[in-house]
Structures are given as structure tokens and as C-alpha cells.
Design a protein around this ligand. Structure first.
Ligand code: GUE
Length: 297
């Protein structure tokens, strides 16, 4: 079998178009423009690229983008003061603090200082708790984008065996909650899992989110399974230069999977589109308006 490629770029373009339509309506009917504030501490080059890309796409869908670039040695007090200011700014509906933060800053403390209603990353403990108990929350962008692509491919996910490889707070754990919410039988696998190949072989849905280049070979994949590759790893090419690869060995996995997301062009672009969707959702909720359809979990 040769897998169908799940085109994350196309999905992302569709999500952005829906967001843009709703943003235009918000402006026209209510005079409201959603605003997203992105905070970047330090000068990590990869982070700078993502932040620029987020800002550009935010403006393209008609929302306001506020970028705050702080020195790498910014104090925790100064960062918390900025978050406080953004929390109370009525023009800001979404706040994203780019992770990882420099080592002297306590990430948990900083994230939990964000107003949960503006926490478009869905990382605040309130949102984590709401998601875990099936209540309305802000849902982390990467797991949300995986869920949207899985739903579009399968229709119902009910009763399917799903294996999430990776137990991070930003992808693995919320991904498992979302799959459970859609009535999958969910296994969270990780570095200590016994006999990982056999665990993965049982799965109708494999979500790989470990950050280890091409660690999942094709012969772990059940014939016809759906493979969502969250990994974005930059590796050296033998001939020099670098390229991006996922956590899954795409060449061998695509011979067995029923459908698979590529890297690049899979989960990555959808993650940014879902950030815009979450900002729109936050703005609608803040103003007591109906939420956009098809853009939330
Ligand atoms: N608070 C916070 N929230 C985040 O969501 C967050 C973060 N911090 N820190 C960094 C990671 C990384 N991340 C990516 C998003 C899109 C692509 C993406 O679009 N990648 C392209 C390739 C881009 C390239 O060529 O380098 C693709 O997969 O096709 C990648 C990475 C969001 N992150």
C-alpha cells in the first residue's frame, strides 16, 4: 500500500481562510479586531523564524499582531510585568510566550501568569485541567491540529486504537486527552515503554511526538494505519547542509500506512493556523459571541 499524503499546508490554508472570514465578520458586525501578542525572550534563531511567521500570518487573516522581543537576560519580574500588562489590555485576546525560555526563567510560573482566557497555547494549568475533565478550554495548537486532520481523514475516531509516542505537556499528554475525548483507546508510549515496536504495531492511529529524527521505522506501522508525525528535526545531510525530518521514517512508513503527514508540510503549518483559530475563539468568548464552527475541539 502507498499511503495517502495528508497535506498539512492545504489544511492550514483552509483553516486560515475560515479564520479570515470570521475575522472580517467580527469587524463588520461588531467593530472588533482580534489581537495576538507573541512574546519572545532571547535570540534563538529558530524561534525568531517561527515568531516572524506567526506575526505575518496573523496580519494576513486580518488580526492585529503585537510582538514583544525581550533580551535573553530579562528578569522574571520584568517578564511577569509584561504578561500582566497584556492580561489587562482589551486589544489583546491571545498571548503566546515562545518556549523554551532561557534557563533562569521558571516556565511554569510564567505560563500560569497568563490569563487562562487568553492562553492560546492552552498550557495554563486551568486549561490543562479543563481539557482533562472534558470542559471547554483553550486546546494546545499542535494536538488540536493533529485532531482536526485525523477527524477529516476518518470521520469518527470512535473505538480506534491510538498510540501517542511522547509524554510532553505540550503535545503527548493533551493529544492523548483529545483522542480519549473522541473515544479512541489510547496508549501513551515513551522512552521506558517495554516493547515499543509491538505497542505501535497495534495502533490504527500513531502520533509520533518525541523529537528524535526518524526513530519510528516503517515495519512498526500496521498496514493501513494513519500516521501523524509531529517531529520537526533538523539533521545534517551527508553532502552538507541540513534538512528537516520527522520522528517517523517517511520513506518506509508510507509503504505501509494508509495515510501519513509529511515533514515539512504536515503538522507544522497546521499548528500556526490553529494558533490563529484559538485567538479567534478567545476573542469570541471574551465578547460573549458564538464560537467559530469547525475551529475548536
Ligand atoms: N509557546 C510556544 N508555542 C508553540 O506553538 C511553539 C513554541 N512555543 N516554541 C517553538 C515550537 C515550534 N513550533 C512550530 C510551529 C510551526 C512549524 C512549522 O510550520 N514548520 C514547517 C517548516 C518550517 C521550516 O522550514 O523550518 C513545516 O513543518 O512544514 C514549526 C515549529 C511552535 N512552537
Amino acid at each position: 500500500m502507498t499511503a495517502q499524503i495528508i497535506d498539512g499546508k492545504a489544511f492550514a490554508a483552509d483553516v486560515r481562510a475560515k479564520v479570515a472570514t470570521q475575522v472580517a465578520r467580527l469587524k463588520e458586525e461588531h467593530g472588533i479586531t482580534p489581537g495576538l501578542a507573541v512574546v519572545l525572550v532571547g535570540e534563538d534563531p529558530a524561534s525568531q523564524v517561527y515568531v516572524r511567521s506567526k506575526g505575518k500570518q496573523t496580519v494576513e487573516v486580518g488580526m492585529n499582531s503585537y510582538e514583544h522581543r525581550l533580551d535573553a537576560d530579562t528578569s522574571e519580574a520584568d517578564l511577569l510585568a509584561l504578561i500582566d500588562q497584556l492580561n489587562t489590555d482589551p486589544a489583546v485576546h491571545g498571548i503566546l510566550v515562545q518556549l523554551p525560555l532561557p534557563g533562569h526563567l521558571n516556565e511554569d510560573l510564567v505560563i500560569n501568569a497568563i490569563d487562562p482566557a487568553k492562553d492560546v497555547d492552552g498550557f495554563h494549568i486551568s486549561n490543562v485541567g479543563l481539557l482533562g475533565t472534558g470542559q471547554k478550554s483553550m486546546v494546545p495548537c499542535t494536538p488540536l491540529s493533529c485532531l482536526m486532520m485525523l477527524r477529516a481523514h476518518h470521520g469518527s475516531l470512535s473505538g480506534l486504537d491510538a498510540v501517542v509516542i511522547g509524554r510532553s505537556n505540550i503535545v503527548g499528554k493533551p493529544m492523548a486527552q483529545l483522542l480519549l475525548g473522541d473515544s479512541c483507546t489510547v496508549t501513551i508510549a515513551h522512552s521506558r515503554t517495554k516493547n515499543l515496536p509491538d505497542v505501535v504495531r497495534r495502533a490504527d492511529i500513531v502520533v509520533a511526538a518525541v523529537g528524535r529524527p526518524e526513530m519510528v521505522p516503517g515495519d512498526w506501522i500496521k498496514e493501513g494505519a494513519t500516521v501523524i508525525d509531529v517531529g520537526i528535526n533538523r539533521i545534517e545531510k551527508p553532502e552538507g547542509g541540513t534538512r528537516l525530518v520527522g520522528d517517523v521514517d517517511f520513506a518506509s512508513a508510507s509503504l505501509r500506512a494508509g495515510a501519513i503527514t509529511p515533514v515539512p508540510g504536515g503538522v507544522g503549518p497546521m499548528t500556526i493556523a490553529c494558533l490563529l483559530a484559538n485567538t479567534l475563539t478567545a476573542c469570541c468568548r471574551a465578547n460573549g459571541l458564538a464560537e467559530p464552527e469547525g475551529l475548536t475541539a
